[in-house]
Design a protein. Structure first.
Lengths: 109, 140, 276
């Protein structure tokens, strides 16, 4: 279980129907690349977030495959078109099997 | 004797040329392999995919990049000088308006960042940016 | 007069060939921070103070303008967690006594300061609470826990001008710090002033030399993707000069921290800043 892994997201609370909103997401994760060696010369094994998914009311907004070249504390900024009020569901998948999630509601007038 | 010396020189020059072709950075061909995997060998167009990356990255740890390709289904990003060229693949859903995304990547040294977009009509687009990765004088 | 003239001339020479710092405004979340101010009177060789922010590339500068984009904020979040976490034999958390971390606004601007005849830095205050009031172990000076906490507390003073006391009881520590600042050390035989006073604005290899201000500490460095304490940075600088560094948390670095803080008088606290 990777420790200290915390997701943060920035989603506007309100918007108008059909608007395009900007979403920013971050998750605190070391993203151990598998390229580093420890003091004894042994390779530190890869351990990263390998996938990030953002859905809205069950519809996919973006699905990202991450490789070790994504920086520590993976950050993504992208757009979404919100047709109606509802909930964003963000999911991050860790190499070690853990899944981290967070949700954010938005009111559309 | 002159002729054979000339021939020798010519042979020497061409073999050096051949040698240097043979020692092209191995990484560049790894990136090419990954591109071929993504596109199935299809032709790569230009102009409909925008890749934004800094000209000089003060630190290879955290290099901000952005890809934007209206009408793209997915965009894959590669770094041709990294030990593993694949960086990320963005698959856009129906609700993704602009087909664009920003992130921060790791670059192990000065190299090209390459983006390949798969468009809705099945065609492919490419964009490339050369990023100089520096090491400051005050590592500390 | 001779030394001053030489410095003045060399400053002119370097200024003409330097990548001068920019004149962008440091606008964080809609608030403009004082990042360029007149130098305090005790600084004879510098007219204007510039925050380290001005010497960084456009991409690095952009990272500090938005609290979500700021990579240091992840560690401030961790600091919030630590603040509420019970630790030690007394079964208390920081929150048990200090109900609102916001009450620490202003503290960062005045540290280091003299208490009971000793010069104390924020790390000392944190460890004093931990060992004497919480019955917990002291945290290492530049550990993840400590930098998250000093980051959180420093963040409460963000935007407020640096204002350390340098007279009265603090005077002897300040004089010591000033002496250290101008003393050449190490194989490369350089003093802090050689880079940060005589040559700020000039490139050293691919780095743009700043004035060596500490108003943004603990700072998130792109180099190691985490918050860095003032003393850890001093240590790194000394190692660059191939000198044996002073001890983190020791008297020399604390005196130096006080002096350098006074060289930033008036600059807004930027904790957590984003630097190379």
């Amino acid at each position: 279980m990777a420790s200290g892994v915390k997701p943060r997201v920035k989603v506007p609370k309100k918007s108008s129907a059909g608007d395009v909103i900007t979403i920013k997401t971050l998750i605190s994760h070391k993203m151990e690349s598998g390229q580093r060696k420890d003091g004894d010369g042994n390779v530190i094994p890869r351990s990263i977030i390998n996938r990030f998914v953002a859905d809205f009311n069950g519809e996919n907004v973006i699905d990202v495959t991450l490789e070790p070249a994504i920086s520590t504390n993976p950050y993504f900024q992208f757009d979404a078109m919100v047709p109606e009020s509802g909930e964003f569901h963000f999911t991050w998948y860790d190499d070690d099997g853990d899944v981290y999630e967070t949700k954010k509601k938005i009111t559309v007038s | 004797m002159e002729l054979s010396r000339r021939k020798l020189l010519a042979m020497g020059a061409s073999s050096i040329a051949l040698m240097s072709l043979g020692t092209l950075p191995a990484f560049a061909s790894k990136a090419d392999d990954e591109i071929a995997k993504f596109t199935g060998g299809a032709a790569l167009g230009e102009g409909a995919l925008e890749l934004t990356a800094p000209e000089i990255a003060m630190n290879g740890n955290t290099v901000p990049i952005e890809v934007s390709a209206p009408g793209a289904v997915s965009v894959t990003v590669l770094a041709d000088g990294n030990p593993v060229p694949n960086v990320a693949t963005f698959n856009f859903g129906k609700l993704n308006a602009s087909r664009s995304a920003s992130t921060r990547i790791r670059l192990s040294k000065t190299q090209n960042v390459i983006a390949i977009a798969k468009m809705e009509d099945g065609s492919f687009q490419m964009a490339k940016a050369n990023v100089k990765v520096t090491i400051g004088g005050c590592g500390g | 007069m001779g030394m001053k003239a030489i410095t003045f001339v060399s400053a002119l020479v370097f200024a003409s060939s330097a990548y001068a710092q920019d004149s962008n405004q440091l606008n964080v979340e809609g608030e403009i921070y004082a990042s360029t101010v007149a130098a305090p009177s005790h600084m004879e060789n510098v007219d204007t103070l510039y925050s380290g922010w001005h010497f960084r590339s456009g991409e690095t500068q952009a990272l500090q303008l938005d609290d979500f984009d700021n990579p240091g904020m992840v560690f401030i979040d961790q600091g919030i967690d630590f603040f509420g976490k019970v630790d030690g034999s007394e079964g208390k958390s920081c929150e048990s006594c200090h109900e609102n971390v916001e009450d620490f606004a202003g503290l960062r601007t005045a540290l280091p300061r003299v208490e009971n005849g000793e010069l104390v830095a924020m790390e000392d205050l944190v460890n004093e609470c931990r060992t004497e009031r919480m019955g917990a172990d002291a945290w290492k000076w530049s550990s993840t826990n400590m930098t998250a906490m000093t980051g959180l507390i420093g963040f409460q003073s963000r935007g407020m001008p640096m204002s350390v006391k340098t007279d009265g009881e603090a005077a002897k520590f300040w004089e010591k710090g000033k002496e250290l600042y101008y003393t050449r050390v190490g194989q490369l035989d350089m003093a802090c002033s050689n880079c940060h006073e005589d040559n700020y604005g000039v490139m050293i290899r691919a780095d743009h030399l700043s004035q060596g201000q500490i108003n943004g500490f603990p700072t998130y460095r792109l180099k190691n993707a985490k918050l860095n304490s003032v003393h850890a940075r001093f240590k790194g600088c000394m190692k660059n000069i191939r000198a044996t560094p002073f001890k983190e948390g020791g008297n020399e670095f604390k005196a130096l921290e006080l002096y350098i803080a006074s060289r930033g008088q008036g600059l807004a606290v930027e904790t957590p800043s984003v630097r190379n």
